[in-house]
Design a protein around this ligand. Structure first.
Ligand code: ATP
Length: 192
């Protein structure tokens, strides 16, 4: 049986950058499926106010509901508090023998500051998506060396850019799935 991909993030909101690269990494790495796991509070974003966990989870559900190889897991949202990948992977490891942890290239530079990075690598392979970055990770970094780089399409969409667009009345057409766009408008997310 092939491995499963685990893709965590704040997903505030989930966007086509996440979805296109996740579909691509699944194909390239021959993964059985990708499990999207919205964080309740990301350890690296404790100072940033994000939308409620329920809304972010709902947007992820709407985004993936028609794609058979995408799944959503509410473990981190249900647990509340700060969401540590090591805890989530320990839980998933009871069910899946082979896990690939998917992160964007921008996150690789921070990986050494994640909780128990070495233990994370005992539970999962680190798989890195293409993404434009300001600071290049250090090629000599031990985590850089253990990562698998995947040549996914470069999609220059960020959740922060989308929130700013909504706040200032700009269009988010074709940047998020239609149902996610409607959810954002119906609940007036990102307006304050
Ligand atoms: P923000 O702009 O608010 O920081 P974000 O767009 O980076 O958010 P997150 O939900 O924090 O979105 O990202 C979850 C994961 O997806 C991270 O590993 C991030 O690197 C990756 N990611 C986000 N956007 C892209 C993209 N356009 N292409 C590839 N990977 C991405």
């Amino acid at each position: 049986m092939s491995a499963v991909g685990v893709f965590g993030g704040t997903f505030d909101p989930i966007h086509l950058g996440h979805l296109i690269t996740a579909a691509s990494v699944r194909e390239i790495r021959n993964l059985e499926k990708i499990i999207f796991i919205p964080a309740f509070t990301s350890p690296h974003k404790t100072d940033i106010k994000s939308s409620g966990g329920k809304d972010r989870l709902e947007m992820v559900k709407l985004a993936v509901e028609c794609t058979a190889y995408f799944e959503v897991c509410d473990f981190e949202i249900k647990n509340e508090g700060i969401s540590f990948t090591i805890d989530t992977l320990s839980m998933l490891k009871e069910k899946y023998s082979e896990i690939e942890l998917i992160i964007g290239y921008d996150n690789l530079i921070k990986f050494s500051s994640w909780k128990q990075p070495d233990d994370i690598l005992k539970l999962a392979k680190l798989v890195v998506l293409n993404r434009k970055v300001k600071d290049e990770p250090d090629e000599k970094d031990v985590y850089y060396k253990s990562a698998f780089f995947v040549d996914t399409p470069l999609v220059e969409i960020s959740a922060s850019g989308l929130r700013e667009k909504v706040r200032t009345g700009g269009s988010i057409d074709f940047l998020v799935p239609e149902k996610v766009k409607q959810y954002i408008y119906d609940l007036k997310l990102f307006k304050d």
